[in-house]
Design a protein around this ligand. Structure first.
Ligand code: PSU
Ligand code: MN
Length: 310
């Protein structure tokens, strides 16, 4: 339930509000991928394209961010473009979403914070690139993303290309199982590995259509089982970078992060930008392709949910 007080801090963009009121499909989008995941201007182009893809599928996009202390559910083109250009935006998760609101700050919302905002606004489906998870070497660093706990508690379907392959995919799936989060691979028996269509890790569950994913989500709700769901949607084969090729770059980026003593929130953005350099820009192309692919599936899931409510 959304506390009445939440509305004091939220601005719902008009077309998003209209779609929600009419029960039409809406797809939430995160903004850390804009502020910390990709360089300008590709981040800005990606954010605009992803919104266009969702509209073309008959759903309404709602990019979520905090701008000058306002929790925005849907960004205007002007706000979205301005956010993409900023280099001082915070990276906001559950721990600091309210901090940014209270202090009038601006930030991109991670998967965790975007799920919180989507649930407050009544949006059930959310598309991203890859979720945060258990980092390699977490047994030393304790670096486990707040995205995993959020998936356990907040009732939103997160459509991703799995956990980013800079993470320990096996341990990430283990933690999600412990927390009771369904992990559904779309059209695959194995977990995708973000930039690569496959990984050696079996997928806990498999479904082959947006309708089936919507039915599963609805059934969970009907049984009173709380929490979110992770959909792992492999990047199209034409856009993938093979696992063994990526493994070399990931290991090199990891070693650089350790040498430079990168820790905390800075780890994921550092690794992504280092991998972009190491792949000569190829990782960014793949990253954009997989986000677009996830947006398409998310819009179809939102469409199937809207139909089942009608
Ligand atoms: N997926 C991408 N690029 C990103 C992220 C995901 O393709 O930048 C962001 C998401 O917002 C995710 C966050 O929630 O990285 C995870 O950060 P951390 O590992 O610090 O929890
Ligand atoms: Mn972390």
């Amino acid at each position: 339930m959304t506390p009445e007080t939440a509305y004091r801090h939220m601005d719902v963009l008009e077309p998003v509000a209209a779609a929600l009121a009419a029960g039409r499909p809406v797809v939430a989008l995160e903004s850390t991928i804009i502020t910390h995941g990709m360089p300008f201007p590709q981040n800005s182009e990606m954010a605009a394209n992803v919104e266009a893809i969702i509209r073309a599928e008959g759903a309404e996009p709602a990019t979520i961010a905090v701008i000058d202390g306002r929790l925005k559910i849907g960004l205007s083109d002007k706000d979205r473009t301005a956010l993409a250009r900023r280099d001082d935006a915070m990276k906001l998760s559950r721990a600091d979403l309210a901090f940014a609101v209270a202090e009038g700050r601006t930030g991109g919302t991670t998967v965790a914070a975007t799920m919180i905002a989507a649930a407050l606004a009544g949006i059930e489906v959310f598309a991203t690139g890859g979720i945060g998870g258990v980092h390699k070497g977490a047994e030393q660093s304790f670096d486990i993303s707040a995205d995993l706990d959020e998936l356990a508690r907040t009732p939103v379907i997160v459509v991703s290309a799995g956990a980013k392959a800079i993470l320990d995919i096996e341990k990430t799936v283990e933690v999600l199982e412990t927390r009771g989060v369904p992990v559904v691979a779309h059209g695959s028996d194995v977990m995708p590995a973000f930039w690569s269509t496959t990984s050696p890790h079996p997928a806990p569950l498999r479904l082959d259509s947006a309708e089936a994913i919507a039915r599963f989500h609805r059934t969970r709700g009907e049984l009173g089982i709380s929490g979110g769901m992770l959909v792992a949607n492999p990047v199209p084969a034409a856009d993938e970078i093979a696992q063994d090729e990526m493994a070399v770059h990931i290991a090199a980026a990891q070693a650089d992060a350790e040498r430079q003593g990168i820790s905390g929130k800075a780890v994921t953005p550092f690794l992504l930008s280092r991998i972009l350099e190491l792949t000569g820009g190829a990782s960014l192309k793949t990253n954009i392709a997989l986000v677009e692919n996830n947006a398409r599936l998310a819009a179809r899931i939102a469409g199937a949910l809207a139909e089942s409510r009608a």
